[in-house]
Design a protein around this ligand. Structure first.
Ligand SMILES: *[C@@H]1O[C@H](CO)[C@@H](O)[C@H](O)[C@H]1NC(C)=O
Length: 296
């Protein structure tokens, strides 16, 4: 197995100095080798190894991740990175309109189908937290509990511009790391709810997440337990906490050279208080039951 660069083994003295001056912080690893596969294979599937989702997927992600790191070094903007990520995944915009609740496309279908049931089965406050973020929301939460109703259709480019604008203006004022993580989680949630790409929305968000963590100087990466399925049902607080957990796992991967989710007991996140109701809703409505649909 390839080892990660020596770059990270900086002397303690240097670390002390770097703590004072963030801009001089030791550089993040610039390669996507070694245990970095834990970035695109979620922790829940780590035991199935690097090829859990197929060799082609791993090859594509390894290459795309490297390009994401390079873009960050060149100080590319979030928006440009987001556009470029689509091309790296061979999935440029094809549509003028988006919106998870207003599209007939397959992606997000399981949550869309389960949503009516979720509204019925879990308290409204909990449902609201699925749609409400710290930035301008793609869907109008005041329309609940009947249905999200800002649309009929969300013009993609305009909505994306609004989402990024709101994200950046809040980020410019954020001081605490936790605030910034919440804003990042808010961006990802809104992108998931907007669902701008015909496919590969999840992996495109995953790459953008790695990009933003570096751009904001929050971390060099994150290895999440679940890359996608929980994004709709988790609140911003829970998502932010999971990104934080992933950062700790990434750091452990860098220092040990192995995927830390292997053999992990995962005690940090007990299942959601409405896990039973949520999986009942998913089971009743999903096209392909039991295939990576766990809401955990
Ligand atoms: C990944 O993990 C989930 C949840 O444990 C499981 O249902 C799925 O079959 C696993 N493998 C793949 C390839 O999704």
């Amino acid at each position: 197995m390839q080892r990660w660069p020596i770059l990270f083994m900086v002397p303690a003295q240097a670390l002390l100095f770097h703590q004072v001056d963030q801009s001089q912080a030791p550089a993040c690893p610039m390669d996507s080798a070694g245990p970095s596969w834990g970035i695109w294979i979620d922790g829940k599937n780590a035991s199935e190894g690097e090829q859990a989702y197929g060799a082609a997927y791993s090859k594509l992600m390894r290459r795309a991740l490297l390009e994401v790191y390079r873009m960050q070094q060149k100080h590319v903007s979030t928006e440009v990175a987001a556009m470029r990520v689509q091309h790296l995944l061979h999935m440029p915009f094809l549509d003028k309109f988006g919106g998870l609740f207003d599209t007939k496309k397959a992606p997000g279908r399981n949550f869309r189908r389960a949503f009516e049931c979720i509204q019925r089965e879990v308290p409204q406050q909990f449902v609201t937290s699925m749609l409400q973020t710290d930035i301008d929301d793609v869907y109008d939460v005041t329309c609940l509990p009947s249905k999200p109703c800002r649309s009929p259709l969300l013009p993609l480019r305009h909505t994306l511009e609004q989402v990024f604008k709101s994200y950046h203006s809040k980020m410019a004022k954020a001081k605490l790391e936790d605030e910034k993580l919440r804003l990042l989680a808010s961006l990802l949630k809104n992108l998931a709810l907007l669902h701008p790409l015909p496919d590969r929305n999840g992996r495109s968000r995953l790459l953008l997440l790695q990009f933003e963590l570096r751009r904001l100087g929050l971390a060099c990466g994150t290895m999440l337990f679940n890359n996608n399925n929980n994004i709709y049902v988790d609140s911003v607080s829970v998502l932010a906490a999971k990104i934080k957990e992933g950062i700790a796992m990434y750091n452990r991967a860098v220092s040990t050279g192995v995927n830390p989710w292997l053999g992990s007991q995962r005690q940090t996140f007990p299942s959601s208080p409405y896990a039973k109701e949520l999986s009942r809703c998913y089971e009743g409505h999903s096209a392909n039951r039991g295939h990576g649909l766990s809401i955990e």
